[in-house]
Design a binder for this molecule. Sequence first.
Ligand SMILES: [Zn+2]
Length: 244
Amino acid sequence: MENIFVFFIGTIFGSFINATAYRVVRKIGFIFERSCCPVCHHQLSFLDMIPIVSYVLKQGRCTYCKNKITKRYLITELLGGINAVACWNSAESTIQQFLFFYIFNLLLFMSLVDIEIKEIKDSYQLILLIVTIIIVSIEKWSINNYIGMIIISLPLLVIALITKSIGGADIKLFFTLGLLVKTKGIIIIYLLTIGFASIFAFYRLVKENNKKEEIALVPFIYLAFLIYKYFEKHLLVCLTIWLT
Ligand SMILES: [Zn+2]
């Protein structure tokens, strides 16, 4: 019951993040403007903005123009809920739960921006790094925090300098998340990221025959981190067995 409530609160954040990313990418002000339908621009009422419920009841269509609303709304609301449940059940103290929730939502926001414009501002990365440093300082620093920072990001940086095939934003994310989840954690997140991105690349190749377009990696890093957070203990055991 508690998880359902936490999930619902999370969906509200998911909805807000979706709207914020949409407006940031299109450089629309969002403080004084009310939400509106992206097709007919009709202002949305309170009943149109209940996360997931409105989408399902209206069968994914706008109340006013009946045009289809993209699944992005439903997916980000669901992910906001999943973010909240992951943090609620895993972090040790309330302050850590909030800080982790902030990090997950920031990563969701960065994913939405990356999918659309493939450009992540350094200011977002800096906020992520600062929140991470606060969490690590609460938990206590260890040598594994430092190794985690560079074990993936440094080889990627070398590859990027030689081949220019990896985005700087992805490397910075592996650096910060490595600091947060330490050596084994970041190896797992890296492997999951590569796995998800490969499946997606293969799917796109078969389905759309699209070889050229670059893949936005931030959404996969975010999903890998989310899955890591849910199954942290099991995944760490699996990695240890695999390495020995
Ligand atoms: Zn509409």
